[in-house]
Write a protein of this length. Structure first.
Length: 114
């Protein structure tokens, strides 16, 4: 979001970029342990899609909703305390929303603790 904001992008392109990068980095971080265990890149991507896709969707949804509903956040400048406080709150909301999903996935054996 800070990248898009620094480029002066409108709200919706900013959200698309931040969600897209969230998925890219979420998948990249999820694939690493699978690759270390000897899986091919396609096998690892498939495993991450199945195992962590739901978690990433929930986290990104919570973050975007928080960003949309904090008054003035998406109009704030990068130098504004509101922007950084709001982004921190959005990250915390995403973590809180995805945490129970991750616990459920671990307990079901879909995701392993790496």
């Amino acid at each position: 979001m800070s990248i898009a904001m620094s480029l002066g992008w409108a709200v919706w392109p900013s959200i698309v970029l931040s969600v897209g990068l969230g998925f890219v980095f979420g998948f990249a971080l999820g694939v690493r342990p699978w690759l270390r265990e000897g899986y091919s890149i396609l096998q690892a991507l498939k495993a991450v899609l199945i195992a962590e896709g739901l978690s990433i969707v929930v986290m990104e949804t919570a973050e975007v909703l928080t960003q949309l509903y904090v008054p003035g956040l998406l109009d704030a400048h990068l130098t504004s305390g509101l922007f950084w406080l709001g982004m921190t709150g959005a990250l915390a909301a995403g973590f809180a929303a995805a945490y129970p999903i991750n616990l459920w996935l671990i307990r079901r054996g879909v995701v392993h603790k790496h």
